[in-house]
Design a protein around this ligand. Structure first.
Ligand code: ARG
Length: 274
């Protein structure tokens, strides 16, 4: 039964990536980042290429490319550019000045590609698809480290969707997409340690098939997987989560994201689903 699912063609999905030409750990805005642990640039480039190839060739997604920019090392993490719904993009307003410098780049990209921009009030922080994720008909919004509670609530109102707000409490899992990963078909990977007791209860109540990830695999960023149809592109070294996914019929693509982890990012951070 599972095998049949795997042969199903997925809907054409478009996404945005940005080549890692100027990627590096140049500042420290999350616990993963340590300027003494520098990125191996060639390796980063090979890891990024492997992701690009899996998405564009193996899965058949349309991958658009943003132009890298010297001095903006985290521009590779396109998931934080904003939140895209149809032809509208809700612009991100980054918490840290280091990343706020990316905002004009993202704005130009969205405008040049025909998106209508929506801007949240000035005083609110919002980090796009890093913190707001669709789960079936509802939205899940993470807040606490980067996006503000009020910002994710406002996004739910704007999109006229029910939004469940989840407070993030572990600084190693500072965006929702580092600890919660919606899968098609009612399942989701999640790392309980990143949430409050209330948040865990909420997830267990909303998600028909919650797949708990342990601390070790969570630290490999397995919850930061890219999901397209039945395909899941995930970090290697996470055999338990892989097994859970495979028994449910997902087609798993394992890749190494070691260099991006040094900046606190994994597969999903490198991709903005359009
Ligand atoms: N260094 C980046 C930051 O701290 C990593 C962003 C990861 N992105 C994500 N969607 N979780 O902002």
């Amino acid at each position: 039964m599972a095998n049949k699912d795997l042969t199903l063609k997925t809907e054409p999905v478009r996404c945005l990536m940005c080549p890692p030409d100027y990627f590096g750990v140049e500042y420290e805005i999350n616990p993963w980042m340590d300027r003494r642990r520098q990125v191996d640039k060639d390796k980063a480039s090979r890891q990024w290429d492997a992701l690009y190839k899996v998405l564009s060739q193996d899965i058949g997604a349309g991958v658009e490319l943003a132009t890298p920019n010297l001095g903006l090392p985290d521009l590779v993490f396109t998931a934080n550019a904003g939140l895209v719904v149809g032809q509208t993009a809700i612009a991100s307003r980054f918490r840290h000045p280091e990343r706020a410098r990316e905002e004009p780049n993202w704005r130009s990209w969205f405008e040049a590609n025909g998106y209508k921009m929506f801007h949240l009030p000035d005083n609110l922080h919002f980090e796009g698809q890093g913190d707001v994720l669709a789960f079936g008909d509802v939205l899940m919004g993470g807040y606490g480290f980067r996006s503000d509670l009020e910002a994710v609530r406002l996004v739910g109102d704007l999109l006229k969707k029910k939004l469940f707000a989840l407070e993030l409490v572990d600084p190693w899992f500072y965006h929702l997409d580092t600890c919660f990963c919606p899968l098609n078909g009612g399942a989701a990977l999640y790392y309980p340690g990143a949430f409050t007791e209330a948040g865990r209860r909420l997830i267990e109540a909303c998600v028909p098939d919650p797949i708990v990830v342990d601390r070790e695999e969570a630290h490999h960023f397995v919850c930061n997987s890219v999901v397209i149809g039945r395909n899941v592109v995930m970090s290697c070294n996470c055999p338990k989560a892989r097994e859970e996914l495979q028994t449910r019929g997902y087609q798993v693509h394992e890749l190494d994201f070691s260099e991006f982890l040094k900046a606190g990012g994994g597969a999903k951070c490198l991709v903005l689903i359009l």
